[in-house]
Design a protein around this ligand. Sequence first.
Ligand code: ARG
Length: 264
Amino acid sequence: MLKRYLLKIVVSIFCVWCLGCGQGSQEAKKNKLVIAIDATFVPMSFLNDEGALDGFEVDLIKEVVKNAGFDYELVNVEWGGLFGGLITKKFDLVISSITILEERKNRMAFSIPYLQSGVAVLVRKDIQNVDSLEKLAEINAIVGAQINTTSYYFLQKYEGIKIKTYEKFGHAVIDMANKGNDGVVGDSVQVNYYFNKNEELIQNARFLGSRMTSELYGIVLNKENVELKQKIDASLMDLLENGMVQKLHKKWSLGDFSVVPSPE
Ligand code: ARG
């Protein structure tokens, strides 16, 4: 009788212990966020010489999630795979210079904005007498942009312009150097970076305009993850208030081409 009683106690202690273990590991899993980043967008997010993810947004997202109390794992995902992976819950967060758009808000949730930016236009120097996109439209110019970006949507407004799309912005620039297009449109921070680092580009292209639109970048989340959005927003607000976002803006020399929004 006593033996049976003791056995029952031992078994129940064991069960409670097991339950505890299960919950513990689930908790640990929940606390680790999978963050997807497209590492082709210098200086925002890219692979450095050691092959590690680096850039303004890599630094920023690490600060945001740490400050919110999460562990994280960064994964490098190409532009075309970011939204689908988020919606199917392969990742918890995406940061990749993603503009907050009403149409995107129907499918995904956005954090409060961390940067204000816009699009910039570069034109080949040998395309003469062109000082506006209207003029480019008049001569039926071929203009390159990364597919499904705000640059691409922006170009669609100009009837007459032939849009040439690319999976990566860098490919549009290479194609321009090879006269495969007459100009390119991209996010101003990135266009300026390419322009200033690339001798050939400086010699053969000129700016038609910088920050021709006003866009706000946000961290993207799954719509169902309401609690996570609250935590990420609160953490980001802290970093906007305590000057951390501004500090990173300076570290990565983002200059006048993007502005850190004032916390509201
Ligand atoms: N800001 C633009 C948009 O949201 C372009 C973003 C492209 N980002 C990238 N990592 N390729 O449409």
